[in-house]
Write a protein that binds this ligand. Structure first.
Ligand SMILES: [Ca+2]
Length: 479
């Protein structure tokens, strides 16, 4: 549904627009105008549009929540204990006053927390403002308003760009070339080689693109930019500890634009906790040593709960009249799903034990591909929280074995909602008492769950929670 139609529906039904994220219809129109200007701006600056989009996904390995917090020692609260801060030579100006101020403050806090002064100085000496974080254009691209008129990228587009024939073929080639290394890695960490290869393919195209940023500089820019200051400072602290420990040298620290390093894109804190020297040369070299990078990824996946020889997901069929509201994110035993008539679309038996837990996932509702997702899908999400990312890793895991998925056809004919439409949907579901969570224009699991409950309560079939224009109209009709 076009936005104008949505708005008109709204005006017709409500008389006036008062329940959405905007105070009034005038405010909404002004907002819309601003959004259009922002879209025009981004169209003229495709790089920043891409970066703004990319920033929505944390495309790097982050430390699992149950892992020790390695960056806790340079918090801004120094307390009342008198401390002697070692002195270091003054920094030359970076050319950016905010950056200079932040650096002096952070360096003092780092040293107060016990970091080696020489390493603090070496880490921060050559930082300089990057347009990506601190340029004038970046401040505009950063505003969340920018893409609210845009359609979210459909999952089939994400999958098409991530799960390519080239990645599958080259992944299979690398698996053959490194068979002895993967034998050792599987034995040591209990993680399937195909899953490691799939992550490797997703993160750096199997080591062919590891980024060309200086990790310290990109993290310093992130800290100065401000929205993720605490995270960036924690990661900088981890970078300093890595150097103190002798794991890396200052000149090694090449990263992607968000500070993730090496062939499997480890953030410094993840590197600190999970990187291993697997080729035995005495150095944890995630940039140049595939054995080190792959074993480190395996170590991280194991710590995240990876279950060897278990599927990440299985594409399934369901019987007619199946209750799609069971795709509610709840884990149920495979035996339970089988008793509901769920079976592998490819035929044959399930490869997982009947006691294994899985959730039913409908990425595009009842008319698209359907999956049972097992524990390893969640493990992939510790690398990157996006369902689309984990799904692509899973498809590549199968793909390097020559399998193709999904078998079912994506329902590309269903009209997608813009981010603003999704916000209207969310605010109305919330008002009707179906908690969709924050009105953010992103149709995540919370929104889909609320829509599913709304559909179920109103006897709408299928109650699959897939946010289409039809579903939006149904919600507005009930308003
Ligand atoms: Ca090594």
């Amino acid at each position: 549904m076009a936005f104008a139609q949505t708005l008109e529906l709204f005006s017709r039904k409500r008389g006036t627009y008062t329940s959405g994220p905007y105070e009034s219809i005038t405010a909404y129109r002004l907002f819309r105008k601003g959004g259009q200007m922002m879209s025009d701006f981004l169209l003229k600056r495709p790089l920043y549009g891409l970066l703004a989009g990319a920033a929505l996904m944390t495309a790097c390995a982050s430390t699992p929540q149950d892992a020790p917090n390695s960056g806790d020692s340079t918090g801004s609260s120094a307390g009342n204990v008198p401390i002697t801060i070692p002195s270091i030579p003054p920094f030359e100006s970076s050319g950016n006053a905010s950056m200079d101020t932040w650096r002096d403050d952070f360096a003092a806090r780092a040293m107060a927390a016990g970091r080696d002064p020489a390493i603090v100085h070496a880490t921060l000496r050559n930082i300089s403002p990057l347009d990506l974080y601190l340029g004038e254009d970046a401040s505009v691209a950063k505003t969340d308003i920018a893409d609210q008129a845009e359609f979210a990228k459909p999952i089939w587009d994400y999958v098409a760009s991530a799960v390519t024939e080239g990645r599958k073929t080259r992944g299979a080639d690398r698996l053959s070339e490194l068979v002895a290394t993967f034998d050792r890695i599987e034995a040591a960490y209990g993680v399937d080689r195909e899953a490691i290869t799939a992550i490797w393919a997703m993160e750096t195209n199997l080591g062919s693109y590891i980024g060309n940023f200086d990790a310290a500089n990109t993290l310093a820019n992130m800290a100065v930019e401000g929205r993720r200051q605490r995270l960036a400072e924690n990661e900088l602290t981890a970078l300093m500890k890595l150097q103190e420990r002798g794991d890396v040298s200052r000149e090694d620290l090449i990263s992607g634009w968000a500070g993730a390093m090496g062939q499997t894109q480890f953030m410094p804190s993840t590197f600190l906790t999970y990187a291993v020297d697997f080729d035995g040369d005495g150095k944890k070299d995630l940039w140049n040593s595939a054995p080190d990078a792959l074993a480190s990824a395996a170590n991280y996946l194991r710590a995240s709960g990876y279950q060897k020889d278990q599927p990440w997901g299985v594409e399934v069929l369901a019987p007619n009249e199946f209750d799609w509201s069971l795709a509610d994110g709840e884990d149920r035993r495979l035996a339970t799903w089988m008793s509901y008539g769920i079976s592998p679309i490819a035929g044959g038996p399930f490869t997982a034990p009947e006691t294994a837990y899985a959730e039913l996932w409908l990425p595009t509702g009842a008319t698209g591909p359907k999956y049972l997702l097992f524990k390893n899908f969640d493990v992939f999400k510790t690398y990157n929280r996006s369902d689309s990312y984990a799904f692509s890793v899973g498809l590549l895991t199968d793909g390097v074995l020559g399998q193709t998925g999904p078998i079912a056809v994506w329902p590309k004919e269903l009209e997608q909602l813009t981010r603003r439409d999704v916000m209207v949907l969310q605010s109305n579901l919330n008002r009707l008492g179906f908690d969709a969570g924050a009105v953010d224009g992103i149709a995540g699991r919370g929104t889909k769950g609320a829509l599913r409950r709304f559909q179920k309560a109103n006897d709408i079939s299928p109650a699959d929670g897939y946010p289409t224009s039809i579903a939006l109209e149904q919600v507005l009709d009930a308003s």
